[in-house]
Design a protein around this ligand. Structure first.
Ligand code: NAP
Ligand code: ZN
Length: 349
């Protein structure tokens, strides 16, 4: 199938129009027309090869919502016209212990990512949602629940599940004290989801400038992480802290904020940390952990939870050709709180 999208040809080139082929449908594949695609900070990291494993050309996009246009001969879950969504994964081995538990993100053989990855059968590069059409095996498509606004649902597929999963792993519920470091795409979803679960939520931001937003999103307060006095007062006050900061940063000021047995879970930066003082970890039996996206079953659970609770991201809709400007704004934390590309703006050259 001939299609088109936007790709970066190297770590230093801007995204530009790109024509390519999607594979012919396998028996368990669905084809979809992409209607909306969110812009995650991971798209920017990978377009620029920040993590060192980018394969070019790269068509980013893993917060994808659209409609089924065609189904393979053995597809049972979806029909033409269904509203579907795709997140960060498009395949996994399907037989290891993690896949069988529904934790495909932890597949022992490595999951296949929606872009910047290799198809398990052909070895071809995978291309993401900054494109008009997508082909995916049905097991990796999600059902968009009735009533969830399609235009705003896309960011749930990465920012939503990446913050929902640790909230569930660490059993957040009424009375839990949750901190969220960095109020960006992931951070604002963490606030909405934790508040939706009944937690007491604190945003930890570098300046007080997002305080009104934090409260409007459902947080109980904003703590300025650069205010040493306020940080000292907040010691031992959190059960779980979700860290969404995209760049190397110092965790030493944050770990003492955890109560005994509390966990700081990193969902943001990938790579070496600053030197970490273990004293507050040992003294308070505090943990530093990490968490990648979430499994397919949990992603569906998150979508259903959001539909039931009417939880949706705050989106700024852009046109496809504004993508490079949007990347610049994302880099300077100038987005409240997720860019979403309206794919109707993407026309064949
Ligand atoms: P984002 O929208 O750019 O938000 C990041 C937030 O971090 C900013 O709004 C800002 O909040 C804070 N921040 C930015 N630069 C900072 C700096 N130099 N020092 C301290 N704080 C800073 O990014 P995002 O889309 O939420 O993604 C966040 C990170 O998560 C990225 O690294 C992304 O690759 C990663 N990610 C991981 C997974 C996973 O599976 N674990 C999934 C998706 C994304 P304040 O202004 O409030 O301080
Ligand atoms: Zn993402």
């Amino acid at each position: 199938m001939k299609t088109f999208g936007y790709a970066a040809q190297s770590a230093t080139s801007p995204l530009a129009p790109f024509a390519f082929e999607r594979r012919a449908l396998r028996p368990n594949d669905i084809a979809m027309e992409v209607l909306y695609c969110g812009i995650c900070h991971s798209d920017l990291h990978q377009a620029r090869n920040d993590w060192g494993w980018s394969l070019y050309p790269i068509v980013p996009g893993h917060e994808i919502v659209g409609r089924v246009t065609e189904v393979g001969s053995e597809v049972t879950r979806y029909q033409v016209g269904d509203a579907v969504a795709v997140g960060c994964m498009v395949d996994s081995c399907q037989h290891c212990d993690q896949c069988r538990k529904g934790e495909e993100q932890l597949c022992r053989e490595g999951n296949t990512q929606t872009y910047n990855s290799r198809d398990r059968l052909t070895g071809d590069l995978t291309f993401g949602g900054y494109s008009k059409h997508l082909v995916v095996r049905e097991e990796f498509a999600l059902r968009v629940p009735e009533g969830l606004d399609l235009a705003r649902a896309a960011p749930l597929l990465c920012a939503g599940i990446t913050t929902y999963s640790p909230l569930r792993t660490w059993n957040v519920g009424p009375g839990s004290r949750v901190g969220v470091i960095g109020l960006g795409g992931l951070g604002h979803m963490a606030v909405k989801l934790a508040a939706g679960m009944g937690a007491d939520v604190t945003v930890l931001s570098r300046t007080p400038s997002k305080e009104a937003d934090a409260l409007a999103l459902g947080a109980d307060r904003l703590l300025v992480s650069t205010d040493a006095e306020a940080m000292a007062k907040a010691q031992s006050g959190f059960d779980l802290i979700i860290d969404t900061v995209p760049v190397k940063h110092d965790l030493n000021p944050y770990v003492p904020l955890l109560d005994v047995d509390g966990t700081l879970v990193i969902v943001g930066q990938l790579g070496p940390m600053e030197e970490q003082n273990t004293v507050p970890m040992l003294i308070g039996r505090r943990r530093i952990a990490g968490s990648p996206i979430g499994g397919i079953r949990e992603t569906q659970e998150m979508l259903d939870f959001c539909a039931k609770k009417n939880i949706l991201p705050d989106c700024e809709m852009i046109r496809m050709e504004q993508i490079n400007h949007a990347f610049e704004r994302l880099e300077s934390a100038d987005v409240r709180y997720r860019f979403v590309i309206d794919m109707a703006s993407l026309q064949a050259a």
